[in-house]
Design a protein around this ligand. Structure first.
Ligand SMILES: [Zn+2]
Length: 254
């Protein structure tokens, strides 16, 4: 199976002898690192660009998802760091969100600018991929995982205010800047999509100060575990999916 992995950082041990490929899309060229495992071909994409320097509000998510779709990817795993809005979810914990709230403002969020296409987001993430991620997390003794969570997606690049977190805390569990519109665009292309999030800090108002070095520190510490979860997920993926993600456009056109 062809599998896409979108991440903000390289993931150690995931890609063996990757080959760099440039995919041309209507939204611009995309650099992918392609590598084979025993069962799959992996298409790895650093969403922040090859230098890792593009901020969340400038990411070209349409190009990313279009490049994966053109590479005949069937399943996409999105890896991201998030803040926790709940005291029960601590830095270092893994979260596989089941839903999201999109509070981004200025991002191109659809492939359909000239037609009326409304994809159903009732089940926001692919149930097959979510279950695969959760099963892999459960097998990792050192991993604490939360399998039900709503992710609030903010525009960035600034972090949220304490008042914003207070406003959304009754409705969301984690907060990050990159999940939308990736998840929506994947649905528009009929791709299975799920996210593995790593909590790297408590959200504003739930800890004294937020610093980028703290976020990076937790990521570095948990990177080997994150890589292990992903490799296990890929090894144990079912050969056939029972979800309906690939048919997402069937009932979406007006
Ligand atoms: Zn699916």
């Amino acid at each position: 199976m062809n599998i896409g992995i979108i991440s903000g950082h390289l993931i150690p041990g995931l890609l063996q002898r990757p080959e760099q490929v440039i995919v041309e899309t209507p939204y611009g060229p995309v650099v992918l690192r392609v590598a084979k495992t025993k069962q799959h071909t992996l298409f790895f994409m650093n969403r922040h660009g090859d230098e890792g320097s593009l901020p969340p509000h400038r990411l070209n998510a349409r190009a990313t998802i279009a490049a994966l779709a053109e590479s005949h990817v069937q399943a996409v795993f999105s890896v991201g760091t998030v803040g926790s809005m709940k005291k029960t979810m601590a830095p270092g914990d893994f979260v596989v969100p089941h839903d999201f709230i999109d509070m981004t403002r200025s991002r191109p969020m659809t492939f359909f600018d000239d037609s009326r296409v409304h994809v159903d987001m009732t089940d926001s993430f692919c149930p097959t991929l979510r279950e695969a991620l959760l099963a892999a997390c459960r097998k990792e003794k050192k991993a604490t995982v939360h399998g039900k969570a709503v992710c609030l997606v903010t525009e960035g690049p600034r972090l949220e205010t304490a008042a914003e977190i207070k406003l959304f805390a009754p409705h969301a569990d984690i907060v990050g800047m990159t999940l939308a519109p990736e998840v929506v665009l994947a649905r528009e292309k009929g791709l299975c999509f799920a996210s593995l999030c790593l909590v790297c800090n408590m959200a504003a108002g739930l800890q004294d100060r937020l610093t980028a070095s703290e976020i990076l520190g937790i990521y570095r510490q948990q990177k080997p575990l994150l890589s292990s979860i992903l490799r296990r997920t890929l090894e144990d993926l079912p050969p056939k999916f029972s979800c309906s993600c690939s048919k997402s456009l069937a009932q979406a056109r007006l």
